[in-house]
Ligand binder design. Structure first.
Ligand code: SF4
Length: 287
């Protein structure tokens, strides 16, 4: 629970606040950018919610903070925000909220599918999400984009008897991975395409769903155009750029859904040119 005595001075006046335990993961501003701002390595409340919709977004951000750094002195009921998670993005794709400090607040996603539901990366373990996943039909597959975003995936897998999918090069000793991707070629599973994208880590994977939703882990995100985290590359930045280039052939992508960094819907047909533009910018920056 957030502590009033640790309330940051950056917060605007009002009942809602972030305290000094914030780790600056950006989960709250990812969910409610109109409410949360960032400055000097921390997040803060830049605007107190004014409408029921804004209050719900604020509370979804509060519930999804991995360090419980967000507080509401007004102690308003939070049931509606709880019921809003997992939260629909589009079609049958949801974000889960409830990010984990073990993945530094990375976002995770839920896909409701007639052949069995998928969890893409892992939220923190909460009985609330377990119940929601049960209501939604369970979890047949748990896809882990890379080693940083395992969080509580194996706890969920145990409860739901899910098959865990991960690349061999990121699956450390002791992890019970059911579908271990070992090759560099894509693996197709019906409407799902698993794409090895080494760079951020050696075993980073992207997942393409319905040729439309691209789950990118920490490989690629959107902020004023496509972007990569050059300062948080744990394996090989040049290889990461080559892996981004390989994604160009999936030209029908309409959603970029990362673990960290901005999510974005883009116009169909603009994904490949956006990759070209990003790579040209990187090459001119690093030449
Ligand atoms: S979600 Fe919590 S830890 Fe992450 S930036 Fe917001 S307040 Fe900080």
């Amino acid at each position: 629970m957030a502590q009033l005595k640790k309330r940051l001075s950056y917060n605007v006046e009002g009942p809602c606040f972030v305290d000094s335990t914030c780790i600056d993961c950006s989960s709250c501003s990812w969910i409610a950018p109109e409410i949360f701002g960032a400055q000097d390595g921390t997040h803060y409340v830049k605007k107190n919610p004014q409408t029921p919709q804004e209050l719900e977004r604020f509370q979804m951000g509060l519930l999804s903070c991995p360090t419980n750094s967000i507080g509401d002195q007004a102690k308003r009921p939070i049931r509606k925000a709880l019921d809003a998670l997992p939260h629909l993005i589009e079609d049958d794709v949801y974000f889960c909220g409830f990010t984990s400090h073990r993945s530094f607040g990375a976002q995770s996603y839920f896909i409701k599918h007639p052949d069995g539901n998928w969890l893409v990366d892992s939220p923190k373990m909460t009985p609330y999400l377990v119940e929601r996943f049960k209501e939604l039909g369970g979890l047949k597959y748990i896809f882990i984009s890379h080693q940083d975003d395992v969080a509580d995936a194996f706890h969920y897998a145990e409860i739901f008897k899910s098959a865990v999918i991960m690349h061999a090069k990121d699956a450390g000793a002791g992890l019970k991975v059911d579908l271990c991707i070992k090759k560099d070629a894509v693996t197709e599973m019906g409407e799902f395409v698993i794409i090895p994208t080494p760079g951020h880590t050696q075993g980073s994977l992207c997942l393409l769903y319905k040729e439309k939703f691209l789950f990118t882990g920490d490989h690629l995100y959107f902020e004023n155009g496509l972007n990569v985290f050059s300062e948080y590359c744990w394996f090989d930045f040049e290889e990461q750029i080559l892996s981004v280039e390989k994604l160009k052939k999936f030209s029908s992508v309409e959603w970029i859904l990362p673990g960290h960094g901005g999510k974005q819907k883009i116009e169909r047909g603009t994904f490949s040119p956006a990759i070209d533009q990003m790579i040209a910018t990187i090459k001119s920056t690093y030449k």
